[in-house]
Design a protein around this ligand. Sequence first.
Ligand code: NAD
Length: 453
Amino acid sequence: MNFQDILTEQRELFNSQKTKSLKFRKIYLEKLKEVIIKNEDLLYKAIYEDFGKSKFDTFTTEISFVIKDIDYYLKNLNSLAKPKKVRTNIANQLGSSKIHPEPLGCTLVIGAWNYPYQLSLSPVVAALAAGNTCILKPSEVAENSMKAMAKIINENFPKEYLYVAEGGVEEITEILKLKFDKIFFTGSPKVGQIVYEAAAKHLTPVTLELGGKSPAIVTSSANFEIAAKRIVWGKFLNAGQTCVAPDYILVDENVKDSFLDSLKSYIQKFNYQPDSEHYTRIINERNYNRLVKLIDPDKIFFGGKTDSFTRYIEPTILNNVTWNDAVMQEEIFGPILPVLTFKNFNEALLQIEKGEKPLSAYLFSDSSEEKEHFISKISFGGGCINDVVMHLSNDYLPFGGVGNSGIGNYHGKFGFEAFSHQKAILDRATWGEPDLKYPPYTDKKLNWIKKLL
Ligand code: NAD
């Protein structure tokens, strides 16, 4: 398939003004919902073949997310797309001012493999809701999921409106040479740089949803039972292959031992054994081998069992970890949880400040002072107090990184804005205008202007 031809067709459709109609957008959002629901079994099967992700996890963390997004835009599209009246300053009286959200045009969405449906289709839904056309390039690493999305979308949508491009690095490199009006990328900071560079050639705006090492801080005032339960769930969901999973724990040294015991008891309770139908496998051999190397046998507090045939890695807690250990030099993106300690809270914050800005950060504490310092002293994309991961499920919050963890954000109205231009229009009355701004300039006019401004 020639990508330039598809983009040319998409541009023609966009220029025809059809995609701007709210009715058109709603018809296709409904259609996408219908296509996903009709093909749910195909989607479950494909993702299970890719990395053993269960139906339960696929529904709760992927399909339901996309359907929820579609429903959100169907419900809120009229108000999101409506011009917003703002105040008009004195120099522009008599006049009225409005912000008109306008679709950017032809957009490209590049997805990651770890939540292949959610991370590909949620940005697509936002792009279509905002009135754009879209080419989606899902990650080839989750190959079956990519093929399933290509099948259900390309068979049901006109390619001049929405098209799924299959392929790997070679294909995406070709696609990135083309001129889009917006590129929305989810993936690693390393590939994010490549995408940003390609976009810069055409001055194409980007949203980059990247990753990093997201810390979870546990202080002595925390409710350990809740902290352990929520951290274990968020870390080992999708076998740790979650961009916002807590990458490592920083715990007050005085309470470390009892906290480690709580973590262990929840891992045992949640049953992540090889026979569990709900525990996801590692996506491929390359990542499996990378992760196994990060497990230092001398530091295993719990877990450590691996099986290369099924790419199973048991939830593994590493104790007595230092900042120099291999596991602390890269984003783990797997079911290995290093535990480090701190003597005082500010020291923990300083350590986090030394690294790249994380995508997420989590604090478990009952102290309002600690909560305030956590929010104001360190920079990170977003996070939770006394929970992990869940902030991204609240559509009223923007989701995105900062610095090395990303540029821009989405979800809910923020997704709509990510794919829109805010066009500013000042509408002037043609009567009642003073002569002040027009030449010839005089001291008297200047005095009046000084008074007014
Ligand atoms: P990746 O960067 O390897 O791949 C992402 C996408 O980029 C894929 O579609 C891939 O085909 C494409 N790609 C790969 N090489 C390319 C190249 N040379 N040129 C152009 N495109 C290329 O990332 P991944 O392994 O799929 O995902 C893991 C990373 O993504 C982690 O860092 C994780 O934290 C991050 N992530 C972030 C979010 C978020 O929402 N912020 C979500 C999921 C994953």
